[in-house]
Design a protein. Structure first.
Length: 277
């Protein structure tokens, strides 16, 4: 069996003797490639001939790259600066705060509790303890701006980190918020985020919260000893947050008592100083 293998047609040879390669042969393929490159370059020049050079800011360039407005970029940078993730130096620019990269859990409402547990190096699990209708507590009903005939509901959950008690939460809200009795019966079997459930039923999205910070002896946390032993709670004081959660329309949705075992979750803050020198 004979094979006839032919390479590219040699158009001409330049009188240049290259080391190892020998004479420089110009093939038909090389000439075609050059012609294509020239055509593409010329087409690009024609397409861009009327473009004007503009001096735009880095913020504007970032906004165009992400397809958002400059206002959105400015707000995002302000949020990052307020959390200490970036810092600004007058006349020099904006820089990443490298110390913020070591922080696992920030004191921020943007992070859900299961995420905090994961970032702390544990496997999270949630135990739904009880969801029940309770007698009206007027202070809580007033905070939630409930009408006199509305039913108060409380949901109790225990958050575990590698089966260790990490947090205990009591969430109070109006039964009218989730659509009444029928929805309440469905909710009693719901183990996902309470805020997602409220959003699914009412369209109300939790947007921000107001927090009062305190500490609590774990042995004195109301209702918790009915589910776990005092030994499981440990002796270290718990971080106690009284939280009122608002919708994007500034409607109060959920009042929460949250108790955190700081032996497992350690919150960190980077605070900007605004001292007048």
């Amino acid at each position: 069996m004979e094979l006839d293998i032919n390479g590219a047609k040699i158009l001409f040879t330049l009188p240049i003797d290259l080391p190892v390669l020998g004479p420089l042969r110009i093939s038909e393929t090389m000439v075609v490639s050059w012609i294509v490159m020239i055509l593409i370059t010329g087409f690009c020049i024609w397409l861009t001939h009327d473009l004007k050079e503009e001096n735009i800011s880095k913020r504007q360039a970032l906004a165009e790259m992400l397809g958002v407005s400059r206002i959105t970029i400015r707000q995002a940078l302000n949020d990052l600066a307020s959390e200490g993730i970036i810092f600004r130096r007058q006349g020099r620019g904006t820089f990443v705060n490298v110390d913020s990269l070591d922080i696992k859990v920030t004191f921020s409402p943007c992070m859900e509790l299961t995420q905090m547990i994961q970032k702390s190096g544990y496997t999270p699990s949630v135990r739904l303890l009880k969801i029940r209708k309770i007698k009206r507590e007027e202070e809580i009903c007033s905070l939630l701006q409930m009408q006199p005939d509305e039913q108060l509901v409380v949901a109790e959950k225990l958050f575990l980190a590698d089966d260790q008690i990490c947090a205990y939460c009591r969430d109070y809200f109006s039964m009218d918020l989730i659509g009444g009795e029928e929805s309440f019966e469905m909710f009693s079997h719901y183990e996902d985020s309470i805020y997602r459930y409220i959003y699914d039923l009412s369209g109300e999205k939790a947007q921000w919260d107001k927090v009062e910070i305190d500490t609590a002896d774990p042995a004195d946390i109301p209702g918790l000893k009915g589910y776990v032993s005092v030994k499981e709670l440990g002796s270290r004081p718990y971080l106690y947050l009284k939280t009122l959660n608002y919708s994007d329309r500034d409607r109060p949705l959920v009042y929460a008592n949250e108790y955190f075992n700081t032996g497992i979750i350690q919150f960190n803050l980077i605070r900007q100083k605004n001292i007048q020198y």
